[in-house]
Design a protein around this ligand. Structure first.
Ligand code: AMP
Length: 306
C-alpha cells in the first residue's frame, strides 16, 4: 500500500549561521518522500527540467521512491528557491523563487498510482490539489499542507479543497491566518469545522499539537545539540506523520482515526523533522537508518513520559 506525494522538487540555495550552499536538491515533495520512505513505499508526482541531475534521481531511487510520476519538461529548468535564516534560525527570508517548470505544473497521475490508498498533497495551488485527489479511485486517507499565499489569495478554492481532506498540517501562523483566530485552541476548532477531522499545528523548534474535535495532544520539539539547516523540517515532519500512518495501514473507520496511532505519528513526524535539521539540505537522508529513527522515538518517549 503506497503513499502518493505531490509537490515541488527543487534546487535550493540556503544560508544559515553554519554555512552556505548555493545549489542543492530540495523541494517539499523531495523532503516528504525521503522522510516517508522509511515507513512505507512512496510514489512521487512532481516536475523537473533538463538540469535535474542524475545523482539526485539516484538518491530518490535509492530510497525505493517510485519516480514514474516525476515529469521531465524538455528544455525546461527545475524550480529554484533560495533563502537566508536569522541568527536563531527561527525566521527565514526568501531571496529568490524561480518557478521555472513548476509554473506550468498540472499533475497527471500515472495509471499505476490511481488506486493507492494514501495521498499527501504538498503545498501547491489548491485547485491542483483537488484535481489530483479527483484522479484517484480508492483513496482512503487524504491530507496536505498549504501556505500563507494560498490562504490569503485563493481562499475559496482552498476551502473547497479542504472539505475533502482527512487531515491538515500547517504551522501556527498559517493556522491563525486560515481561521482568523489568534488563540490556537480557537483557531483549531474553527479549522476542524472546515473539513479535516485531524489538524496538526507545527511550531518549529517548540514542537507540534495534534487537534481533534474530542481532544488534543502536545509534543515538544526534540532538543538537538546543533541545528545546521532547518529547511525541509516541516516537510519531513509531514513525511514521518503520513508515512507512519500509511505503513501501519491506518484508515478511518466510521470516519474516525485511531487516536493512539495518530499520537505515534506525531512523534515520528517530530523525529523526522529533527533529523532533517542535523545536516544541510537532504544530506542526513544519505546515511539515516530506521534503527536511528526508532532509537530517537524511544528517547522522545522517555523524555516526555510522566
Ligand atoms: P520547509 O522548510 O519545510 O518550509 O520546506 C522548504 C522547501 O520548500 C524547500 O526545499 C523549497 O524548495 C520548497 N519551497 C519553497 N517555496 C516554495 C513554493 N512557493 N512552493 C513549493 N515549494 C516551495
Amino acid at each position: 500500500m503506497s503513499l502518493i506525494v505531490v509537490g515541488s522538487v527543487a534546487y535550493d540555495g540556503v544560508e544559515t549561521p553554519h554555512g552556505k550552499v548555493d545549489r542543492m536538491l530540495g523541494g517539499a515533495a523531495t523532503y516528504i518522500a525521503l522522510s516517508a520512505s522509511y515507513f512505507t513505499p512512496v510514489k512521487i508526482v512532481a516536475v523537473v527540467g533538463d538540469d535535474f541531475a542524475e545523482e539526485d534521481t539516484h538518491l530518490l531511487a535509492s530510497r525505493n521512491i517510485d519516480l514514474s510520476g516525476l515529469e521531465h519538461v524538455p528544455g525546461g529548468k527545475t524550480f529554484f528557491w533560495s533563502g537566508v535564516y536569522s541568527a536563531d534560525m527561527n525566521d527565514r527570508t526568501t531571496l529568490r523563487t524561480d518557478l521555472n517548470v513548476f509554473a506550468g505544473f498540472d499533475p497527471k497521475l500515472p495509471e499505476a498510482y490511481r488506486g493507492e490508498p494514501y495521498l499527501f498533497l504538498g503545498n501547491i495551488q489548491p485547485d491542483l490539489q483537488r484535481n489530483v485527489r479527483a484522479q484517484m479511485n480508492g483513496v482512503k486517507l487524504t491530507g496536505g499542507d498549504t501556505m500563507n499565499y494560498w490562504i490569503k489569495d485563493f481562499r475559496p478554492a482552498l476551502l473547497e479543497t479542504l472539505e475533502e481532506w482527512d487531515f491538515l498540517l500547517i504551522n501556527d501562523s498559517e493556522a491563525r491566518l486560515l481561521s482568523g483566530e489568534h488563540n490556537l485552541r480557537r483557531a483549531a476548532a474553527r479549522i476542524l469545522e472546515m473539513g479535516p477531522h485531524t489538524l496538526v499545528v507545527k511550531r518549529g523548534e517548540y514542537g507540534a499539537i495534534l487537534f481533534r474535535s474530542d481532544g488534543h495532544f502536545m509534543v515538544p520539539g526534540y532538543l538537538l545539540r546543533d541545528v545546521f539547516d532547518p529547511t525541509g523540517a516541516g516537510d519531513c515532519f509531514a513525511g514521518g506523520f503520513i508515512g507512519y500512518l500509511a505503513g501501519r495501514g491506518v484508515t478511518p473507520s466510521d470516519g474516525d482515526l485511531d487516536f493512539a496511532e495518530l499520537r505515534r505519528a506525531v512523534i515520528y513526524g517530530s523525529v523526522m523533522g529533527s533529523f532533517c535539521c542535523e545536516q544541510f539540505g537532504v544530506d542526513r537522508f544519505r546515511t539515516l537508518t530506521r534503527e536511528e529513527i526508532d532509537a530517537r522515538y524511544q528517547e522522545f518517549k522517555s523524555c516526555t513520559a510522566f
